[in-house]
Write a protein that binds this ligand. Structure first.
Ligand code: C2E
Ligand code: CA
Length: 518
């Protein structure tokens, strides 16, 4: 029965004996009662009380209607759960977190207390998802969540914002060191190994912290500042915590402004390429040109890649930018081929994120579309790119090689190449990093490294090019050690396409003469 009707004759005039608190004598009164029935089942009853009056307005009867609304209540509770709690971990979600933090701030400002807001991000969690699957990743998140909940005080809140991001609100913080201790404890909890689906997983976390009221007095500011500090913790090398500082905010704002203008740069056509010639030491001929990206920023002027490539990498913008570079360089190359200009090869820089995403099929289609021969293209990869996942990269590079695209390792000597792997990559040349060339005359160590790279390249039957050659002294050193090619301010600065066209078409080669005259 979902509805029970019972009547009280003569009215219910005594509020003491009435099970319901009657607030009005006229009209209806509703109330929800929460009871446990005999089986212990939770039941919600909605009781409507309606007085029935006679013609003189005297209450003659009261009709109580009790309706079983347990199902509706359950549905409401479920909706509440969905609206305020994370489905995977049952932790409060962003909405509830903001609500609770808001209340905590109001309370703390009345009692002049400090509150700590921590942003916790699990390091390399994506790797777990990618390699072991989402089910393992989900289980790991649940494990971390229950460990966090168990370790914190009841008055603190742990919330999951989504992905591998958690926020912890610590109330009654007596001083910053206390919060630092809590952060260290959380990092230790996260770092405990977890055994999931027969895998022993070792995880670390990075924490950013902001204090109320010194680092912000609103929910959004505190969350934003803790997030900024978390990024700093990641940059410091992960598995660490970091307090927010106001200088960080300035940096983050600059970064945001740069990111916005970088997003617009492609649409506004603000990028352009410079080309730097590469010369063979043997015959003084140009053996290639390296395409170097520049950004004509509306306010900052010409910005060099060192200032924006790292941000483009982080934000994924490197992919459309990288495609633009490839299209521009190869279309310039098509024009030079039509004019019979002897540029040999165009070398294009490929950053680690691009290398991971770059699919040989995609490059093949792009080259076909532009009409540029793959044999006139070289890709410059970094050591980090190829060592990240050597087996997978090696098979990818083989596909590039089959297409006829040449491959070089850029800045060789600055990363961590495994020499054992090097022989498995289908490479064409090694580029000695500028730093070893620059100081080869001054530092015995750098000279020895430059010499060793030349020896290694020859042993692996690769050509070797030195970049950043600025002086005759460096040139002599390299020539005597058997270096094949050079690139640098001594032989030619990076120049606009038109200037390179003039250089190639003039047929004059003063640099070549200089290189072969002694
Ligand atoms: P990198 O590939 O090592 O490029 C050589 C850098 O040295 C270039 O700086 C070049 O202008 C500079 N350089 C050339 N000769 C000399 C010299 O004699 N002395 C000195 N001091 N410097 C010289 P740039 O153009 O600022 O590029 C910096 C880095 O940015 C490049 O280093 C490369 O890693 C990256 N980059 C450049 N263009 C692109 C691009 O289109 N895509 C990607 N992903 N990265 C790029
Ligand atoms: Ca390069």
């Amino acid at each position: 029965c979902s509805e029970i009707i019972f009547c009280t004759s003569g009215g219910c005039d005594s509020s003491d004996s009435c099970p319901l608190t009657q607030t009005e004598t006229e009209g209806e009164h509703r109330e929800v009662q929460h009871i446990h029935n005999h089986g212990g089942r939770e039941v919600f009853l909605e009781i409507t009380t309606s007085p029935i009056t006679d013609d003189n307005g005297v209450i003659r009867q009261v009709v109580h209607v009790a309706r079983d609304i347990t199902e509706r209540k359950r549905a409401e509770q479920e909706i509440q759960q969905l609206a305020y709690y994370d489905t995977l971990t049952s932790l409060p979600n962003r909405t509830l977190l903001k609500d609770r933090l808001g209340q905590a701030l109001a309370q703390a400002s009345r009692s002049s207390e400090q509150i700590g807001v921590m942003f916790l991000d699990l390091d390399r969690f994506k790797g777990v998802n990618d390699t072991l699957g989402h089910a393992v990743g989900d289980q790991l998140l649940k494990t971390v969540s229950s460990r966090l909940s168990a370790a914190l005080r009841r008055s603190d809140t742990v919330a999951r914002l989504g992905g591998d991001e958690f926020v912890i609100v610590v109330s009654l913080v007596p001083h910053a060191e206390y919060l630092a201790d809590v952060a260290a404890k959380i990092l230790a909890i996260v770092a405990q190994p977890a055994r999931i689906a027969n895998h022993d997983l070792f995880l670390t976390g990075s924490i950013g912290m902001a204090l109320f009221p010194s680092d912000g007095d609103t929910v959004d500011t505190l969350l934003k500042h803790a997030d900024i500090a978390m990024y700093q913790a990641k940059e410091k090398g992960r598995n660490t915590y970091q307090f927010f500082s106001h200088e960080m905010n300035t940096k983050a704002l600059e970064r945001m402004a740069l990111e916005t203008s970088l997003r617009q740069a492609l649409e506004r056509n603000e990028f352009f390429l410079l080309y730097q010639p590469q010369y063979a030491l043997g015959n003084g001929q140009i053996v290639g040109v390296e395409a170097l990206l520049r950004w004509q920023h509306p306010e900052l002027g010409v910005v060099r890649p060192g200032q924006f490539i790292p941000l483009a990498e982080e934000t994924g913008l490197i992919l459309p930018i990288g495609e633009w570079v490839l299209r521009r360089a190869t279309s310039d190359g098509c024009r030079w081929l039509q004019q019979n200009l002897p540029f040999q090869r165009i070398a294009v820089n490929i950053s680690p994120h691009q290398c991971r995403q770059q699919d040989p099929g995609y490059l093949g289609r792009l080259l076909k579309e532009v009409g540029f021969p793959p044999t006139s293209l070289e890709l410059e990869l970094t050591e980090t790119s190829i060592m990240e996942n050597p087996r997978e990269i090696a098979s990818k590079l083989r596909l590039f090689q089959e297409m006829g695209v040449a491959l070089a390792i850029d800045d060789f000597g600055t990363g961590y190449s495994s020499l054992n792997y090097l022989k498995h990559f289908p490479l064409d040349r090694l580029k000695i990093a500028q730093t070893f060339v620059r100081d080869s005359g001054k530092s015995l160590g750098d000279a020895a490294i430059a010499e060793a790279i030349i020896g290694l390249a020859h042993a692996l039957r690769l050509r070797v090019i030195a970049e950043g050659v600025e002086t005759m002294e460096q040139l002599t050193f390299l020539r005597e050690r058997g270096c094949n090619e050079v690139q640098g301010y001594l032989t030619g600065r990076p120049m606009p396409a038109e200037e390179l066209e003039q250089l190639l078409s003039s047929g004059r080669n003063e640099v070549g003469q200089m290189l072969t005259s002694y």
